[in-house]
Design a protein around this ligand. Structure first.
Ligand SMILES: [Zn+2]
Length: 70
């Protein structure tokens, strides 16, 4: 099984939450919860989520095409 990493701090993921198969560790989750909309960390977090989810979706499409060739 692949070791998951936190998408924000890039540390190995032992606990925390998952969004679209991407992990966020407890530390970062708490920082997000405690940070308010508009703070630097919140902005950074939103950017991380956007980037990784977009990346994930693009790769998901490629993977599907390889599995089901026309
Ligand atoms: Zn983290």
């Amino acid at each position: 099984m692949q070791k998951r990493k936190c998408i924000i701090c890039r540390k190995p993921l032992n606990d925390g939450i998952m969004i679209n198969g991407r992990g966020i560790c407890k530390n970062c989750e708490e920082r997000i919860i405690n940070s308010e909309n508009g703070t630097d960390f919140y902005e950074y977090y939103i950017n991380c989520i956007k980037k990784t989810i977009v990346h994930y979706m693009i790769r998901g499409v490629d993977y599907k095409c390889q599995n089901y060739p026309l």
